[in-house]
Design a protein around this ligand. Structure first.
Ligand code: SER
Length: 601
């Protein structure tokens, strides 16, 4: 069965049950700055799930093109994709578990004729906030799923929100327990590398998740606090590509009609056979998936760049170019011209004619750098050089190799990296990136070179410093300028006389004492006039917005050691600073002193 047929049957099935078909949203939501891409069907519906009435009614159905970049490293196996289509149906406070589970079961077993004995389901096992989902268990049992094929999991697997588990949800976010349906490929043997026993959420490939009914009924309202939403909603999502694979009894989404023609033209072009080698299959899948995603992004008006959506597009294209190189061992080739057509996707694609040539052009730019970068990497491998953060950053800066490409090439050459190693590279890499960005742009926002741990510590330390200077020297001390790097904080302030050694020691001692007390650092958002009345320090003559943030150090706002207008960021408590040392104080003008402070502890 073709994917377009699966899509049609799903939409018709739910329309027949009173649902209104709604148009798909674009891949980049214009009014949602919180996410880069539409990554699920519910995303454009969030206000309605929260209780706002939806003009088209309470039962909705659609097919939503989505991008999930978190899955980008998983692409290459037989089931992960960056771009996919999500079939979705919703009840906005209308029907609930009984109807939803019965319908989805009927759709899978009757409409798509999936053998019921191959379906397994999972339900939420309950925790101290939300009870075990006994209601779903009873519905599944009534539908004929035996106890053995009903599995219980906790928040990691059977809780859904855009940001993950209840703890990970920010205040205001909605979520709920869910019940998933899995298809069992009895022809796939369990791979014990993934664990002793197989179960629906095992990653060995024997099971494939094909649908997720979320019972969207909670909103996070505070630390560890969930509140019931005005409505009990249903939010179902199922990947079209996966469902199509299952209907055709293959665990491989790349074997469906959505990808077959692309894989076939890649096979011909590169003279390889899909299915012959694990390594080549992986490259073929990555090229097919990434080009498809790139194509969709460009058709949604995304242009490649160094930032946000554009950077994702660039990475997708570069990674495809890399895999062409790995497949063909030739560094002259760019990207194949692949005809994707419109995939029959129900989304309005703007001027798809030019898309192929935009991809080609972007790929072409990377081909030269790829050759150079590969040479450097291969040399490092043959000389058995130690791979450092500096090395991978240089590859990024001079040859445009994103970190994951370098690591991928090195792994192909037999270098092994543990998750730890990788995290260290990432941190190192980010540090370099941030430093080079701020240095080249000359940006010192609020006097901070970056938002590294050192800079944040020194930033809080300068608040303590200013408060201490005012206590020791007098209230004439204000901040005349600051510049904080990872190495030191530089702080300018007016004082008629040169500071005595004794005064310096006293200030330093006072700051370190507050650090030792490990006082909390918090802020309040206040109306500017109110904030001024509290005596919080602010720079005179500076233009502040009508509402301001006041950072304070201490348990209590009124008796705080320091209160200062500031945008942050700061450490959460003073103990995190460790300790500081005043390195020197110099005179830089009439009545103007400059102090250098370093971390020391
Ligand atoms: N929002 C859920 C998901 O994305 C179900 O639609 O899995």
């Amino acid at each position: 069965m073709k994917a377009s047929e699966v899509r049609k049957r799903y939409i018709d099935f739910f329309v027949e049950r009173g649902h209104r078909q709604i148009p798909a949203a674009p891949l980049v939501l214009p009014d949602d700055p919180t996410t880069l891409f539409t990554s699920s069907g519910m995303q454009p519906l969030v206000p309605y799930l929260m209780g706002e009435p939806y003009p088209a009614g309470k039962r909705l159905v659609d097919s939503q093109p989505s991008i999930r970049t978190v899955d980008i490293d998983e692409v290459g196996d037989n089931r992960h994709l960056t771009f996919f289509e999500m079939l979705g149906n919703w009840s906005l406070g209308d029907y609930f578990k009984k109807e939803q589970l019965a319908w989805i079961f009927e759709f899978f077993t009757k409409e798509l004729s999936l053998p019921a004995e191959r379906l397994w389901v999972s339900v939420f096992e309950g925790n101290n906030q939300v009870p075990k989902d006994q209601e779903s268990v009873e519905v599944w049992e009534k539908l004929g799923i035996p106890e053995k094929r009903i599995c219980y999991y906790g928040v990691e697997k059977n809780w859904w929100s855009r940001s993950g588990t209840p703890v990970q949800m920010p205040v205001g976010e909605i979520g709920g327990p869910d019940s998933e349906v899995f298809f069992e490929f009895t022809q796939v043997k369990h791979d014990s590398r993934y664990g002793k026993t197989c179960h629906p959420n095992c990653d060995c490939g024997r099971f494939l998740e094909i649908g997720n009914s979320v019972f969207m009924q909670y909103k996070k309202v505070g630390d560890n606090k969930l509140e019931e939403l005005p409505n009990k909603n249903v939010d179902f999502g199922g990947g079209l590509e996966r469902i199509t694979a299952v209907v055709n009894n293959t665990p491989d989404v790349f074997a469906t009609d959505l990808f077959k023609p692309v894989i076939k033209s890649l096979e011909e072009l590169f003279k390889v056979n899909y299915g012959d080698s694990e390594e080549n299959d992986r490259s073929l899948r990555i090229i097919a998936d990434h080009l498809r995603a790139a194509y969709m992004l460009i058709a949604n008006d995304v242009l490649s760049s160094n930032k946000t959506q554009g950077y994702v597009l660039r990475r997708l294209i570069r990674r495809s170019v890399l895999h062409v190189r790995l497949l063909t061992k030739s560094d002259r080739l760019g990207l194949p011209v692949v005809e994707f057509g419109s995939f029959g996707i129900p989304i309005r694609l703007k001027d798809t004619n030019g898309v192929g040539s935009i991809i080609q052009e972007e790929a072409g730019k990377f081909v030269k750098a790829l050759g150079r970068g590969m040479k450097k990497l291969e040399e490092a491998v043959s000389k058995k050089e130690k791979i450092t953060g500096d090395f991978v950053f240089d590859l990024y800066q001079t040859d445009g190799f994103p970190l994951e490409i370098s690591l991928e090439v090195l792994e192909r050459h037999g270098r092994e990296f543990t998750e730890e190693d990788k995290k260290l590279f990432e941190e190192d890499f980010e540090k370099h990136k941030e430093t080079s960005r701020t240095t080249s742009a000359g940006v010192f926002k609020g006097g901070l070179a970056d938002h590294s741990a050192e800079v944040i510590k020194l930033h809080t330390a300068t608040h303590l410093l200013l408060a201490s200077l005012r206590k020791v020297l007098g209230e004439h001390v204000v901040q005349k300028g600051q510049n904080i790097t990872r190495e030191r904080a530089r702080f300018d302030f007016p004082n008629p006389e040169k500071l005595t050694d004794e005064q310096i020691k006293k200030v330093e001692g006072m700051v370190n004492e507050v650090i030792k007390k490990d006082l909390p650092v918090n802020f309040k958002v206040m109306v500017k006039e109110e904030a001024e009345k509290t005596g919080a320090i602010h720079a005179f003559g500076e233009k502040y917005a009508d509402t301001v943030k006041v950072y304070y150090v201490g348990e209590n706002f009124d008796t705080a050691f320091s209160k200062e207008f500031c945008g942050g960021p700061h450490v959460s408590s003073t103990g995190k600073i460790g300790g500081v040392r005043i390195k020197k104080v110099e005179t830089i003008g009439v009545n103007l002193r400059r102090m250098y402070v370093v971390l020391d502890g």
